[in-house]
Ligand binder design. Structure first.
Ligand code: HEM
Length: 449
């Protein structure tokens, strides 16, 4: 693994901005982990849209709240913000060669080489792989008996990842071993003590990342020249503009990051969608009626595009709880945004969920109201950057359509057969980190339609 940029030290002089640094050593990490949105709300009320705070690893960060800052940092045609700089000390430690850990030309090149794996033709082959896995998993769900949905969908999406991303039989011992490896890596991302001390969570994560690397690198030559349709094989066969294969480091870096970027985000989204469909049975019924109106046994691509109400529910869920609750960048030079002068090399954090609930941009933002995404109301378009569950600009999520398709296919199969019931008056608190979801994992009971 290579770390591609040598960064100038962070600008730590943020004394001209209001804010609070929090505890020595940990800064405000624990508060932010416990309640990301609450911390943003508190800072906004006390200090306005721009305020400073400290995070673990001695990082000093500027919280920048609102669509103007989202636009400046994400759209960023002049390269005033670095994604590498924003993530080098977090994601970058475990995923130094991921797509988000690249800027400028290098990022563009990678993104271009990745596009074929996300085109419609490729997506269609993934659908073929997805359907039997979802089918098997949904058929095995307990009926009239409570279970924890988050645990279940996690296993289902692990199987999907093994098959669609890695080209493995999801029931094979190798797929099971990689599940465990992946879990260890992700535990390393959320530990409040990200230090490489023997036997620590973080140390286990670094070792697991090496193991994953070995899997990719030892399989590249075996996959090249074969015509399997999984993402890993597509990357092994992908060529850059000079007609050269991507090198081993690239493939390892992209594949590991893709797994990371795809898996937990979709797990969080589907768990939260079921939460809102359980809390709003009238919406569950509307989505089910839409599903019943599809005549094919499994929806075609066109059928999926016609599932508009399902899509609004997906969007509304991600408005409340975008899977990625914080986006990071670092300024590459002095910048002036929205009346604020921000010095070069300053770490900034953006908050999608805060922006998604701003009264200036949304009508009754605390109400669950999927129709706000209908073309007549289009509240998500009131500002180009008031709705950013998938980010925006050059780094906008490359897997957005895949995620939506995966979710629609799952909901189609599930809701066609079952009613999703929550406990009476169920109202779990949400955890925000690593990814947002009900703390208890969402206990649900399915009843046959
Ligand atoms: C509900 C599901 C998902 C959500 C909410 C989500 C969200 C995001 C967000 C917010 C970003 C931008 C981060 C930033 O700019 O700092 C991003 C980037 C990315 N996502 Fe997703 N994502 C999801 C699913 C997926 C899936 C399924 C894949 C792959 C199949 C994927 C692959 C990526 C990659 C590779 C990037 C980096 C793109 C780049 O740097 O050019 N994501 N995602």
């Amino acid at each position: 693994m290579t770390s591609e940029y040598l960064l100038a030290p962070d600008n730590r002089d943020l004394s001209r901005f209001p804010g609070e640094y929090g505890w020595p050593f940990l800064g405000k990490t624990l508060e932010l982990v416990k309640d990301t949105l609450g911390t943003c709300n508190k800072h906004y009320e006390r200090y306005g849209p721009v305020s400073r705070l400290d995070m673990v690893r001695n990082q000093r960060v500027l919280m920048c709240l609102g669509p103007e800052f989202n636009e400046a940092a994400l759209f960023d045609p002049k390269g005033n913000f670095s994604s590498v700089g924003g993530y080098a000390n977090s994601l970058g430690i475990l995923y130094p060669d991921g797509m988000l850990l690249r800027d400028g030309k290098k990022h563009k090149k990678t993104r271009r080489a990745s596009q074929p794996a996300f085109k419609t033709d490729a997506l269609k082959t993934y659908v073929e792989m997805l359907i039997p896995i979802q089918e098997r998993r949904i058929q095995a769900l307990p009926i009239n008996e409570e279970f924890i949905f988050y645990d279940n969908i996690r296993e289902t999406l692990m199987d999907v990842a093994a098959r669609v991303f890695l080209g493995l039989d999801e029931t094979s011992p190798e797929a099971q071993r990689l599940n465990d490896v992946f879990e260890r890596i992700n535990n390393g991302l959320i530990t409040p003590l990200p230090y490489n001390i023997p036997f620590s969570t973080f140390n286990r994560a670094l070792n697991a990342r090496e193991e994953l690397s070995k899997f990719f690198k030892s399989n590249i030559s075996l996959r090249r020249g074969t015509n399997a349709d999984d993402m890993f094989t597509r990357y092994c066969n992908a060529v850059d503009e000079d007609g050269e294969y991507l090198d081993e480091e690239d493939i390892d870096g992209h594949m590991a990051f893709l797994l990371f970027a795809a898996f937990d985000t979709t797990t969080s989204a589907l768990t939260n969608i079921l939460y809102y469909l359980g809390k709003n049975p009238e919406w569950q019924e509307k989505v089910r009626n839409e599903i019943f109106s599809i005549k094919n046994e499994m929806p075609t691509f066109d059928d999926m595009s016609a599932m508009t109400l399902t899509e609004y529910v997906f969007q509304e869920t991600l408005r409340f709880y975008p899977s990625v609750m914080i986006l990071n960048r670092r300024t590459t030079r002095d910048v002036h945004i929205n009346g604020y002068d921000i010095p070069a090399h300053t770490m900034i954090m953006l908050s999608p969920p805060f922006t998604h609930r701003m009264e200036e941009w949304w009508t009754n933002p605390l109400e669950f109201d999927p129709m706000r995404f209908s073309p007549e109301r289009a509240e998500d378009k009131r500002h180009g950057f008031n709705y950013i569950p998938f980010g925006g600009g050059a780094h906008k999520c490359i897997g957005m359509h895949f995620a939506m398709m995966n979710a629609k296919l799952y909901l189609f199969r599930l809701l066609k057969n079952y009613k999703v019931n929550l406990r009476p008056n169920y109202d779990s608190a949400f955890m925000h980190v690593h990814l947002p979801r009900p703390i208890d994992g969402l206990p649900i009971t399915l009843s046959k339609i």
